[in-house]
Design a protein around this ligand. Structure first.
Ligand code: BF8
Ligand code: SF4
Length: 643
């Protein structure tokens, strides 16, 4: 990749950027893409185009390289081979690939959860300076769910016992995971009957890898059921532990305000970006940027202060708890660097494009990787552990501050003003906003003021116009009195669109508007990062229990309009397996097996009470979801409308 420092003058960037209207609906994205082109910086969109046409066999899920008798592929037109060398047909090959996709997604969330549990254990042993138990009450509540007697015990002792009990969840000896008890009893019975009760977090992923080895599970239906169990081990296991321990260590989110988009970068301050997923690193950076001596140093270097901003889910974690501004979501991660205003970007893991190091090299930006399990080209590696995190965070912030003098002011380009948002809607915060119980929400649902609720979640993907899927779907839902809860990159998109301020209630339907105005909340609630999708599960479980029904009876839905990652696939499947109808925008690589397609889009209804639908057009997805919600309302005997 070339770098071509841009000189001022020439065509006005705002005119020039119009050509990028098909790439992204966001103004900052369009302007930064134009800037990247002028600087001859390659982006994810360029690389996507270079890949076209993408492999048709792989798109359909019909290629297999699970062993070296292959690689094999099955001809979708029925003319070429219909079986791999081992004899696996299209159904087996497609489902094995799908299963491995789920395994990787579940493993990613769950390994993130494990890292947090390890920090909790180290805190209990006094070996993690800088970390503490910030929500001891929540810790006690969770500990009692694990059967730990907290009476008269010291906080650190409880932390140690809880961390050890949580570590057991990853193993192989249990009949079922502890936190599945948060699901309604009838849902748990369904899982038991189907033989998909998740047992150990690592066990289900490991078993999936085993089953998909050549010559193990060659029944595509049985494989699909195990995929559901594997996904449940993520939703009610790994991700749930990640969220609960993050709340215990860093505080349970409460509503707060902040700002978002590329305009959160500051021309006159040291800009530090945290990117990735695990708050273990970013929380320490947050602490370090508060240190007076480092702020003083920034001033000595000619900056007005230190500006810490987030990208992707680790940004969401800090936004939810500390209100730090967000620079953008997945497809903005390269473009943020093109501002030329970033002194340092620190990454942990997941969704970090390997291209970032190269782009940073076009500027003065320092790129630091921090996790022993996630290294990147052209990045400096500085490994974080609970023991050294506080000190290392200070060192790195100091280096970022010192790097401010290397910034070339002539290349700084921050072309937009940030947008306001409200975040911090943990289940605890939502219940508090409702006055302490889910009853007002249930009343609003019964009266039809709120017709239902939808989790809009997931990624960006260059196959879909950036943020268009999230924003279009969300707008249609709230206009029709459907409350939206969002996470991850979807949450960033909706915030940038202005849906997350209380005044956004004005674009909601009359019923939702009335409820939001009465409570002073936006119609789109920021629930957190991708692991925080479990907050939606917990809330759904609580609502179902309050009404004495199954989750699948509730007027709820999930949507991932622009998903790209294996983690998102795992989320979609655990949401469906928990009884929530889910519409995804990008087509998963399963069309090579119409049997599997029929199973997940139709037959799962009779098995799990929910299905997966694929609908790339968010307008049509909104209609599908609205119809589904009215159907569920009818089932509960609530008033319905024609959609
Ligand atoms: O965990 S939404 S692109 S950043 S995978 Fe990744 Fe997708 Fe964004 Fe967060 Ni989630
Ligand atoms: Fe081919 Fe079967 Fe090996 Fe897959 S497992 S590569 S289909 S021989």
């Amino acid at each position: 990749m070339q770098c071509n420092p841009v000189q001022e003058g020439g065509e006005k960037m705002s005119d020039f950027s119009k050509k990028y209207q098909d790439y992204t609906i966001t103004k900052d994205g369009q302007l930064m893409l134009a800037r990247a082109e002028k600087e001859q910086i390659e982006t994810v969109w360029d690389r996507y185009k270079a890949q076209l046409p993408q492999c048709g066999y792989c798109e359909l899920g019909l290629s297999c390289r699970n062993c070296v008798m292959g690689p094999c592929r099955v001809d979708p037109f029925g003319e070429g081979p219909q079986k791999g060398v081992c004899g696996a047909d299209a159904d087996i090959i497609v489902t094995r690939n799908f299963g491995r996709m789920i395994a990787s997604g579940a493993a990613s969330h769950s390994d993130h959860g494990r890292d947090l549990v390890e920090v909790l254990l180290k805190v209990s042993q006094g070996k993690a300076p800088g970390y503490e138990i910030r929500d001891p009450e929540k810790m006690k509540r969770v500990a009692s769910e694990f059967g730990i007697d907290t009476e008269g015990k010291d906080i650190l002792q409880i932390a140690g016992e809880l961390a050890e009990a949580m570590q057991e969840e990853f193993g192989t000896r249990k009949e079922s995971l502890e936190l599945v008890s948060r699901a309604p009893e009838v849902r748990q019975q369904t899982w038991k009957k189907l033989g998909i009760m998740p047992r150990g977090i690592d066990r289900e992923t490991s078993e999936m890898m085993h089953r998909t080895h050549m010559g193990v599970d060659n029944d595509w239906q049985s494989l699909t059921l195990h995929a559901a169990r594997n996904a449940l081990s993520d939703g009610w296991g790994g991700s749930m532990l990640a969220t609960e321990v993050s709340d215990i260590l860093f505080g349970t989110p409460k509503p707060l305000s902040s700002v978002i988009n590329i305009g959160v970068l500051k021309e006159d301050e040291v800009n530090i970006i945290v990117h990735g997923h695990n708050p273990v690193v970013s929380e320490m950076i947050y602490q370090a940027v508060q240190d007076d001596d480092l702020v003083q140093l920034a001033k000595e270097k000619g900056a007005k202060g230190i500006n810490l901003v987030g990208l992707c889910c680790t940004g969401n974690e800090l936004l939810m708890r500390r209100g730090i501004p967000m620079a953008g979501n997945h497809l903005m991660t390269e473009l943020v660097l093109v501002t030329g205003a970033v002194e340092m970007i620190l990454v942990d893991y997941q969704c970090i494009m390997p291209s970032l190091g190269e782009i940073a090299k076009c500027f003065h930006t320092k790129m630091i990787s921090t996790s022993d399990k996630a290294r990147f080209p052209k990045m400096e590696h500085r490994e974080f552990h609970p023991e050294n995190a506080r000190e290392l965070a200070r060192e790195l912030v100091k280096e970022a501050v010192e790097n401010f003098t290397n910034r070339n002011p002539d290349r700084v380009y921050i072309p937009v003003e940030p947008v306001k948002l409200m975040a911090g809607f943990s289940v605890e915060a939502i219940l508090e906003a409702l006055g302490g119980s889910p009853d007002p929400l249930i009343e609003a649902l019964k009266a039809g003021k709120i017709r239902g609720a939808v989790g809009v979640v997931g990624c960006n993907n260059p196959k879909i116009k950036h943020d268009y899927g999230h924003v279009t779907l969300t707008r249609r839902l709230i206009e029709n009195d459907i409350l939206v809860l969002d996470t991850g990159c979807a949450a960033v998109a909706n915030a940038k669109a202005g849906f997350k301020v209380p005044e956004a209630a004005d674009i909601a339907g009359p019923g939702l508007k009335e409820v939001c105005k009465a409570l002073g909340i936006p119609p789109v609630l920021h629930v957190g990062s991708c692991v925080d999708n479990v907050r939606i599960l917990v809330l759904a479980g609580a609502l179902a229990n309050a009404l004495n029904v199954d989750i699948s009876d509730l007027p709820l839905a999930g949507a991932a309009p622009e998903w790209y990652s294996e983690k998102a696939a795992s989320i979609a499947l655990y949401v469906v397996a928990s009884g929530i109808y889910t519409v995804i925008g990008t087509t998963p690589p399963i069309l090579g097996s119409m049997n599997l397609v029929k199973l997940v889009t139709e037959d799962l209804e009779g098995i799990l009470g929910a299905t997966l639908a694929v609908e790339p057009d968010p307008e049509k997805a909104a209609t599908l979801i609205r119809r589904h919600i009215e159907k569920k309302r009818a089932g509960l005997g609530l008033p319905t409308i024609e959609v």
